[in-house]
Design a protein. Structure first.
Length: 264
């Protein structure tokens, strides 16, 4: 079976204190975008992964019966805050589960995905989602999807590990006021009616970049870092607007013009 593994952006990310399990409490708005890897998964005597070696896919499939042959056609930038690995893992689980003699229920597959990584369950669900807890508790959101996205992966910037980004957040006491900021995010979401309303969502707690100002100057009505970065996104009213901004910002790194995607 073959299927896409779309990237995501975090339209908002509010982060709180470290939990007993080592993760952090958070509230985030997950939005899938139409920039995707492509996976082919079929039963095999043992699990092999070709095209792009991704250990998270192996870990995910180890939680299902049998062996699997996986081919990954990679398009989503690696280690950029776009969830490419998590999406690959979710897509591998979904495609493999569909080929089991006794497929897991949706709830059971969600539970398996949560064991693989906090972002993985989101990629099993359609539409934008509000993630809370460690990111695995999901609520469907009714958000506008009629806008364009310019993704910028800055050049010449070394990717810090997600663990290092969270450690820096902890060291600066970033968790202070979490409950109030989480409530403000939920309040802002209730007021969203049109794409421009997304500009009122709070900025990413975990990571920031001066390049967001470059995206705004290029016409984005909202610009921020996705997840732990370093990728940024800018939201535009049309693909043409995003493409014009892409041309003006191309020297800053790799750029991709895309749109929201409802499902994988």
């Amino acid at each position: 079976m073959i299927g896409p593994a779309p990237a995501k952006i975090n339209l908002a990310l509010v982060v709180g204190p470290r939990r007993d399990d080592g993760n952090h409490d958070l509230v985030t708005v997950y939005q899938r975008i139409d920039l995707a890897d492509r996976l082919a998964v079929e039963p095999a005597r043992e699990t092999t992964v070709i095209g792009f070696e991704d250990s998270i896919v192996r870990r995910a499939l180890a939680l299902l019966p049998g062996g699997w042959h996986v081919r990954i056609e990679k398009h989503v930038p690696v280690a950029a805050g776009l969830g490419g690995g998590s999406s690959d893992a979710a897509t591998a689980l979904r495609l493999a589960n569909a080929q089991l003699d006794e497929p897991l229920t949706a709830d059971a597959l969600d539970a398996v995905a949560a064991r693989v990584g906090a972002d993985v369950p989101f990629f099993l669900h359609d539409g934008p989602q509000l993630g809370s807890g460690d990111g695995t508790r999901l609520e469907a959101l009714d958000l506008p999807q009629d806008y364009a996205v310019l993704v910028l992966v800055p050049g010449g910037i070394a990717k810090r590990s997600t663990g290092d980004v969270y450690a820096a957040f902890d060291s600066r006491g970033g968790e202070a006021g979490f409950d109030e900021r989480a409530a403000a995010l939920r309040s802002a979401l209730r007021a969203v009616r049109r794409p421009r309303d997304l500009a009122a969502l709070p900025p990413n707690d975990l990571a920031s970049s001066a390049l967001a100002d470059e995206l705004t100057c290029a016409g984005a009505f909202r610009a921020d870092v996705s997840g732990a970065g370093p990728a940024l996104y800018g939201l535009f009213h049309s693909v043409d607007d995003a493409a014009r901004a892409q041309r003006s910002l191309r020297g800053l790194g790799r750029t991709f013009v895309t749109v929201p995607a409802w499902y994988g």
